[in-house]
Design a protein around this ligand. Structure first.
Ligand SMILES: O=C(O)C[C@H]1C=CC(=O)O1
Length: 96
């Protein structure tokens, strides 16, 4: 199953620089682990925003939730998920 996931990050204004750096470091370790597993296929920054657009290929919605909720910043993100399927007019096969 392929999902498009949009994540908008909302860091609380009260956080210190040290706390932000700690979360950002752990977020990188976590998401790169999932990317290395092959399940997190694409990770793009939305230009001009503290947001990303990602494509994940997973076995189930439960697995998608497990991956997304493992991110340290999960409680501080607004997340939008869309389930994708093949477009009948697509000229190219999905590259995943
Ligand atoms: O910076 C972000 O977009 C938040 C987050 C989601 C994955 C990741 O590596 O960082």
């Amino acid at each position: 199953m392929v999902f498009l996931v949009e994540m908008d990050v909302n860091i609380p204004e009260s956080w210190s620089e040290e706390k932000i750096a700690d979360y950002v470091t752990r977020e990188k370790e976590c998401s790169q682990g999932w990317q290395k597993s092959g399940k997190w296929v694409y990770l793009w920054r939305v230009a001009g925003q503290y947001s990303n657009v990602s494509v994940l290929e997973v076995e189930s919605p439960d697995e998608l939730h497990k991956i997304i909720s493992s991110l340290p910043l999960f409680p501080y993100m607004t997340i939008n998920v869309k389930s994708l399927c093949k477009h009948p007019n697509a000229l190219r096969e999905a590259m995943i």
